[in-house]
Design a protein around this ligand. Structure first.
Ligand code: PMP
Length: 297
């Protein structure tokens, strides 16, 4: 593989950063996980906006235009001859004289790594093996007042500690008041009596790009939607539930802890009911229209 490091495409073996890089030393870096379908990034503008929001939250002024970042992503895909891919774009505050207080970001470290990921979707090769399992874990989501939730930084210890508690596919975290927030790397949705619910962004919930797309698709499909504050029981009693992220897209949730979602409702197939299937179809259709119908952008 070839990766993009500080302006150059280099072979994987030479794609290295300094041991004094603040991204390594402190997790002082911003990143985006992006999906390329048919050779172009899905929802680039939304990823660029969220990256900017992360950098603003960290006061990390890297000075690189969105277009230039997009060019680097494109060049990395091209260097590896990839059209269906996972893309990780990272910007750290770089190497600075050794103290915690950040200085101005004069020399950021900018890295793009890619790996092949099949298109997924309905007809394609799935990137997950089946409906997800999840556990509600003890590790609480870091409050927004401690670390701005909108910031997608290299410090993923909150999610790592949550995942260490479970063998399930995803760890569902609660906030300090006991409300459901999200998974370690995914947003959580559930359906009750035909209404789609997801925790609102007023809690410590990352504004997932897939979450946003799914909410728009639900509106377009005429599915009633509500965002709010939910207790674990609200999800456990749901008719359907699913997780969203860039890699999984819409992944049905079969069980949380010992509770099978949709159990007892004969009309709902466990691990993916009607609304989940409708939204997964709509997501797939959107990707198809945007990325596979016309020429490469
Ligand atoms: N929440 C968290 C904590 C995440 O790490 C992710 C993955 N970026 C998500 C939600 C889903 O976000 P997206 O749809 O942008 O991948």
């Amino acid at each position: 593989m070839h990766y993009h490091v500080n302006g150059d495409i280099v072979p994987e073996s030479e794609a290295t950063v300094s041991v004094r890089d603040r991204g390594f030393m402190y997790g002082d870096a911003a990143f985006e996980t992006i999906r390329a379908y048919g050779g172009s990034p899905f929802e680039w503008d939304a990823h660029a906006d969220r990256l900017r929001a992360t950098c603003d939250a960290l006061s990390l002024d890297h000075g690189i235009a969105d277009d230039e970042l997009r060019r680097r992503v494109r060049r990395t895909l091209d260097a590896n001859d990839l059209r269906e891919a996972y893309v990780k774009l990272s910007i750290s505050r770089g190497v600075q004289p050794g103290k915690l207080t950040p200085g101005p970001t004069t020399n950021p470290t900018v890295v793009v790594i890619v790996s092949e990921l099949p298109r997924g979707g309905i007809a394609g090769e799935s990137v997950w093996s089946g409906p997800a399992t999840a556990d509600v874990v003890e590790t609480r989501r870091v409050p927004d007042a401690a670390l701005p939730t909108r910031a997608k930084t290299h410090n993923y210890l909150n999610g790592i500690l949550a995942r260490l508690e479970t063998d399930a596919d995803e760890a569902v975290m609660l906030d300090s008041s006991g409300a459901v927030t999200e998974g370690a790397t995914s947003n959580l949705f559930f359906v009750r009596d035909g209404t789609l619910h997801t925790p609102s962004l007023s809690g410590p919930v990352l504004p997932g790009i897939t979450r946003d797309v799914v909410l728009s698709l639900a509106e377009a499909e005429g599915i009633p939607t509500e965002t709010g504050r939910y207790e674990p029981d609200d999800v456990l009693c749901a008719d359907e539930a699913f997780l969203t992220n860039t890699t999984w897209e819409v992944r049905p949730l079969a069980r949380i802890g010992a509770t099978e979602i949709g159990e007892g409702d004969e009309t709902v197939e466990l691990g993916g009911g009607d609304v989940t299937a409708q939204l997964a179809d709509a997501f797939d259709a959107l990707v198809g229209t945007r990325h596979y119908a016309g020429s490469r952008d």
